[in-house]
Design a protein around this ligand. Sequence first.
Ligand SMILES: *Cc1c(COP(=O)(O)O)cnc(C)c1O
Length: 570
Amino acid sequence: MESWKKYTQDPRIAYFSMEIGLKAEIPTYSGGLGVLAGDTIKSGADLKVPMVAVTLLYRKGYFEQKFSSDGWQQESEIEWQPEKHMELLPTKTLVTIGKRDVKVQAWLYRVKSPTGGVVPILFLDTDIPGNQDEDRTITHQLYGGDLDYRLKQEIVLGIGGARILKALSFDIKRYHMNEGHAALLTLELLNDAKLPLEETWDERNSWNTQQVIEQCVFTTHTPVPAGHDRFPYSLVEELMPEEVSIELLKDLAGNDELNMTMLAMNLSRYINGVAKRHGEVSQNMFPGFEIHAITNGIHPFTWCSPYFVELFDRYLPGWANEPELLVRVDNIPDEEIWETHLGAKALFFQYIKEKTGIELNPELLTIGFARRAATYKRGDLIFNNMEKLLEIGAGKLQFIFGGKAHPRDEDGKRVIQRIIQQAEKMKGKIDLVYLENYNMDVASRFIPGVDIWLNNPMRPLEASGTSGMKAALNGVPNFSVLDGWWIEGHIEGVTGWSIGPPPTEIDEEVGRANEDLDDMYRKLSEVIIPLYYNDRSGWINVMKNAIGKNAYYFNTHVMMRRYVTEAYIR
Ligand SMILES: *Cc1c(COP(=O)(O)O)cnc(C)c1O
């Protein structure tokens, strides 16, 4: 029997995502969206949920990041060998792009759980002899190229993905679109819907769309209109001739432009945002739809440092596949929590020394900040009043930063450069390291190895955020703006600390930066620094609450069970 056949015996949920992050060696992700997809699939495997995932192969990855001497980001292509990780399947399919047929092949990767569960992932690839050179590059680069390139990738993902599942004879009961990138799969399903011939055109269309709606689930991740993928119909007509009538498409995806979010929403039976707040924000943005909320999570075993794995195994056996057990964290003695944390911190500081030559002081309160360097995340906010920061933190604080800016995001690169230049200015008073090439490997050392995890995005732009959940699992409390998941996880002074005002009806960021900054400085100097240095057992209590009141719930096991019961089988 061919290798994939055993996955086609039973009905499955097909999970489509533009990026999937499983580990650093497979560089097919850029940040939170991809890591969430990977964590979702891993929990799916642990829980034996019948799934198959579909994404693109990206032979050149996202990119590798280095800094020039003046702190400017330099990018290079990543070389990796898919054949070392996955198996090329013999079955191919075709999609029409422009005037040409483009061959699409799939690589099979298996996510295997210790429970015996397996989720297969199909990585789609157009770099095949026989395809024209231009078409061979379609699946090379994640978020590379222009609008044409992006639409071609989305044709391969959505239409190519749906076709390859058919060609391999998968029996798909639900299609889950993780963000709008895969929404073109609905057009393939529309074409497949059985047409009762005697009906009129309108009746047929409405019957067909109903068939598709029954099969689809859509998760939106974007809290602002500008973040949704849109394509001019002229480009759609040029690249997708006759796939579907433009008239019908305008009905489903918007009159002026093809809006992938509209298309996905119009053809899904269940739609959700990725945190309670984000569900509300999305509901306001799209009043005509019913939008639910399922808060994101993280895969517990993947994001637990080896030190805490050992500790949890001893006191809370079974925690990795039943993270609810972390609610009993108070069974672990304080000293062991602290020693375990110091182990993770020392290991990370050793790594920093090897990478940069810089020796940080393990006694100092260490603030971590790492994520995509998008401007809304405001990585440089804390440096807006240097005088104040030095007054509060000299000799008491140090910072570690990480994160990549998108290659075409000049503003994001300027944020990085500004942070790196701060390091020079604060030298000898407050140490700061900006680590190169933040990825899943760096993240897994970084997040458990600091004392608090800082997050200060502009509200309401952090749809969920997940790195703070990784921190909580490792006993690293969050210090964050009340946005995304933190609105649900935050208990002031108990699980961590907020920055700035509570969320309001209309979250307009204008004028809020100073409010956030003042609150950040005040809490650091009056609450966080004194607690860390003067009340160690009080500090450890917050660490335990991060584990017992945040991590036990904000994980992809809990999240996956909700998708199954609320979206997939209902
Ligand atoms: C978890 C993770 C993210 C997401 O971080 P946020 O703070 O939630 O944006 C981004 N990049 C990597 C490598 C991660 O592991």
